[in-house]
Design a protein around this ligand. Sequence first.
Ligand code: NI
Length: 171
Amino acid sequence: MAIRRVLRMGHPLLRQVARGLVPAEIGTAEFQALVTDMADTLHDYGGIGLAAPQVGESIRVALIEIRGGPTRYGELAAMPLTVFVNPVIEVLDPVTAGHWEGCLSVPGLRGWVERPQRVRVQYTSDRRERRTLELQGFNATVFQHEFDHLDGHLYLDRMTDLTRLAFEREF
Ligand code: NI
């Protein structure tokens, strides 16, 4: 196990489109070592999601773990630590709602972002199983935020009103 350093905004790797994994790459010792490092890193930094590009690996892998209930970000439905490989998001309802988002790659800031609140996610699990999830509300926002990292986007790119960007200490 190892805690990795999370890359911060300005590092070019955060702006790259990450490559998808082929099935043979999923579940290998190298893959499992990366997933373990990402879980350790996520726990150490105290986040709810982490995408592989944030720890310097430009591949389409993300981890999400939601404890549920009221958080500093808002009300969330719980989800155990889950590994998403090659996730694809489909918007089920284009109506958006806003939430305050934060990001381990943009430490110390919070920004108000409007996103669709009903989405379907298709992905491959860490056991190479094809899976589908439907999400709503703030959980839908969390997934869109994490998977945006795989396309080189940060939540700041999604903001339409920069007056609603604040330092946590002033927030
Ligand atoms: Ni982020």
